[in-house]
Ligand binder design. Structure first.
Ligand SMILES: Cc1cc2nc3c(=O)[nH]c(=O)nc-3n(C[C@H](O)[C@H](O)[C@H](O)COP(=O)(O)OP(=O)(O)OC[C@H]3O[C@@H](n4cnc5c(N)ncnc54)[C@H](O)[C@@H]3O)c2cc1C
Length: 413
């Protein structure tokens, strides 16, 4: 059987795309291939669980647009499907004089992105987060928390109920481009499709390479380690507490987040991962390391931020250094309050000149679409990203059974 669509990757972006395909092309045959034995086992299941407000993103960027849409869509989806989710709000805290201009810039961006933002002095900050100290802060009510593994699993269930064929343990190994179809060789057999959508996250550039496409960026994996506050110290944090991020870096800086299950996490930091899906210092892939270290863009990036690289490395190796970093926000935190809390690896697209790609990047090619950059807030924005991907399928493409698979676009009105 030849499928109309094959989605590569069962993370939250691939699953949202599959769900949208079943909406817009109800009669078409959609296949999802995921190499792991479960959905959302990488970035989508190892993140901070934050529904981002969108305050950080350049007004007019895809991130700003999709984050705003995704925040509302995720909250509505959770309500509709009984997934716990809470819009608890966040604070962004300036602890140094030199951060104040960038805090003011964030306030401006937030308002330009349609957010309600309140400036807090030290006393008002204490009313919102009693243990946090800072010179000035922004309070943003439109931020929340959710378990994205549950959201992704629900996307998968709904896509399957609407007829998509969902395959786990099916890693894509090779693609043969035939005159009208693409022959896919996977770890669980061969499949044929007429159109391919690459949502392979940390491997998106390699999957694009299998089709002969040359993405303009290379994925460099950055691991983020988390600590958790021990149970009796959880009251130190009410909701979400962030520092003012370093403007040129693609990461938000180590922060505190309450999870929907009540735990409080601190992190993630950002260190080079030794393998694309390497969650500890012992997870080493020589091929992945060679890929990163032979890329000039990586060295240009690292040489621009030597002190950040050293600080983040130190924090990854030492609980004491991690706690010292956290004390900038909450002076009461001690190393003994922290236990290891897992880690995630970010797929960060870097240009050959070492620029971290700031915005989402979705590239159309012959009979395929490739999601080349879907970093944070792509979990928040998964629903609009999935819709934008499906909207990009050329109108000239007609799925096999044209009578039953006409494109349905009611959602756009
Ligand atoms: C530490 C961390 C914290 C974050 N915090 C947040 C947050 O709080 N809020 C937020 O909105 N975003 C957050 N993000 C970002 C967000 O999690 C990601 O942007 C999002 O999950 C990306 O989803 P994805 O589906 O593109 O990638 P992934 O979830 O990585 O999915 C890609 C999938 O493709 C599969 N795959 C790869 N190659 C193949 C192949 N050859 N064949 C078959 N399958 C393949 C993989 O196994 C994987 O399941 C965070 C990310 C990290 C790493």
């Amino acid at each position: 059987m030849t499928h109309d669509f094959a989605v590569i990757g069962g993370g939250i972006v691939g699953l949202s795309t599959a769900l949208e395909l079943t909406r817009q092309f109800p009669g078409a045959s959609t296949l999802v291939l995921e190499k792991e034995c479960n959905w959302a086992t990488h970035q989508s299941g190892r993140n901070s669980g934050v529904i981002h407000s969108g305050i950080y993103y350049r007004p007019g960027s895809l991130k700003a647009r999709f984050c705003a849409e995704g925040r509302r869509a995720t909250a509505d989806f959770c309500r509709e499907h009984g997934i716990p989710c809470e819009m608890c709000g966040k604070v962004i805290v300036a602890t140094l004089e030199e951060e104040l201009p960038y805090l003011a810039e964030l306030e401006r961006r937030g308002r330009a992105n349609g957010l309600q933002v309140r400036v807090l002095g030290p006393e008002e900050l204490r009313e919102v987060e009693p243990h946090v100290r800072g010179l000035r802060a922004l309070h943003v009510p439109a931020a929340g928390i959710v378990d994205y593994r549950r959201v992704a699993a629900t996307f998968a269930r709904l896509a399957e109920e609407r007829g998509a064929e969902m395959r786990t343990d099916a890693g894509l190994r090779a693609i043969r481009v035939m005159p009208d179809t693409l022959a896919l060789e996977t770890t669980s057999g061969a499949f044929t499709t007429r159109f391919l959508i690459n949502c392979a996250g940390l491997y998106a550039d390699r999957v694009a390479g299998l089709m002969g496409a040359r993405p303009p960026v290379r994925i460099v994996p950055f691991r983020g380690d988390y600590f958790q506050l021990v149970e009796e110290r959880r009251p130190l944090v009410r909701n979400l507490v962030y520092p003012v991020p370093e403007p040129q870096l693609p990461f938000l800086g180590v922060h505190f987040t309450r999870s929907i299950d009540g735990r409080v996490h601190a992190g993630p930091n950002a260190v080079l991962a030794l393998s694309r899906e390497g969650y500890g210092w012992r997870d080493i892939s020589l091929a992945d390391m060679a890929d990163t270290l032979s890329y000039p863009g990586f060295w240009k990036f690292a040489s621009r931020f030597p002190s950040v690289v050293a600080t983040e490395l130190g924090r990854s190796l030492s609980r004491w250094l991690f706690a010292r970093g956290l004390r900038r926000l909450i002076p009461e935190v001690r190393a003994r309050d922290l236990v290891r809390g897992g880690s995630g690896v970010r797929a960060q697209a870097l240009s050959p000149s070492g620029e971290p790609l700031d915005d989402f990047l979705i590239v159309s090619a012959e009979r395929s679409i490739h999601v080349c950059n879907a970093p944070s807030p792509a979990a928040t924005a998964a629903l609009p990203i999935g819709r934008a991907i499906v909207d990009r399928i050329p109108t000239s493409f007609t799925p096999g059974d044209t009578t039953s698979s006409r494109r349905v676009r009611e959602h756009l009105t």
